[in-house]
Write a protein of this length. Structure first.
Length: 262
């Protein structure tokens, strides 16, 4: 009975600790660390320590902590919808897009292992390989990779789609891609979603290309200005441009009239 009581107290302490963190930090992220080796996880924690606190616990205890604070933090219960695999929570006061970008940059490439799903369509490009002529040609053929021998080396004759996005990698393909130095996987924290002020930002929103977005906004601004000038919509932002346009048109009319009189 004493042992059970001690365990219950420890669990209660964990729930209280997570509840306190959920209320203390405005930004809460959900991370899936299922495929991340513990060594890399500790290294990532060290890199992010100054701006991010990362904590892990059982899903059941996490759910209890969220239930405890959901009335004080509207919408926080939504993060449980993204707590799949082996979830961890990320607590920060930094901009969520900035944190996501920082975490994404810290990822490194790694080989695909047997049983893992392809993150995208995997293509073996045509060109020379490090292999000398031998049984490798039949291995490549079994993977539907066309190959031949040129200048004493095996050469892949054309690009080959060896695995579609979402398909599971076989042991033979995993070994071949490793030997060809093709590393499609990424080792790093997988940020699934981030909570801020009752909103949930999913991965596809967080991964937005900032430079492209900035360029699109600038272009939209230019189009709006041009439309306003041409349509004669008077606003403080474009009235000066409209006066300049009217002046140019008046000068053009005057010049044309003078030519006609001559």
């Amino acid at each position: 009975m004493k042992y059970k009581s001690k365990v219950s107290e420890e669990k209660k302490h964990v729930v209280d600790e997570f509840a306190k963190l959920l209320l203390s930090y405005p930004i809460v992220g959900v991370i899936n660390v299922e495929t991340l080796p513990s060594k890399q996880l500790q290294a990532m924690r060290g890199k992010l320590r100054e701006s991010v606190l990362m904590m892990m616990t059982k899903r059941r205890l996490l759910k209890l902590a969220i239930e405890k604070v959901k009335d004080k933090k509207p919408g926080i219960e939504q993060i449980m919808n993204y707590a799949g695999g082996m979830p961890a929570l990320l607590f920060t006061k930094e901009n969520p897009f900035k944190i996501y970008k920082s975490i994404s940059k810290s990822k490194s490439k790694s080989p695909i292992k047997p049983g893992q799903k392809a993150p995208y369509d995997l293509i073996v490009p045509k060109g020379p390989t490090p292999f000398a002529p031998g049984p490798v040609i039949s291995e490549l053929a079994s993977l539907k990779i066309k190959a031949g021998v040129e200048a004493g080396k095996i050469v892949i004759k054309e690009d080959a789609l060896v695995l579609k996005e979402g398909e599971v990698c076989s042991p033979l393909l995993s070994s071949m891609l490793l030997r060809l130095s093709i590393e499609p996987m990424e080792i790093g924290l997988n940020v699934v979603a981030v909570y801020e002020n009752g909103m949930i930002y999913e991965k596809n929103v967080l991964s937005i290309d900032e430079e492209r977005l900035r360029a699109d906004i600038q272009q939209a601004h230019t189009w709006a200005i041009n439309l306003g000038v041409e349509a004669g919509i008077f606003t403080k932002e474009i009235v000066e441009l409209m006066i300049q346009k009217a002046a140019r048109e008046a000068i053009a009319v005057q010049a044309a009239t003078s030519e006609n009189k001559l």
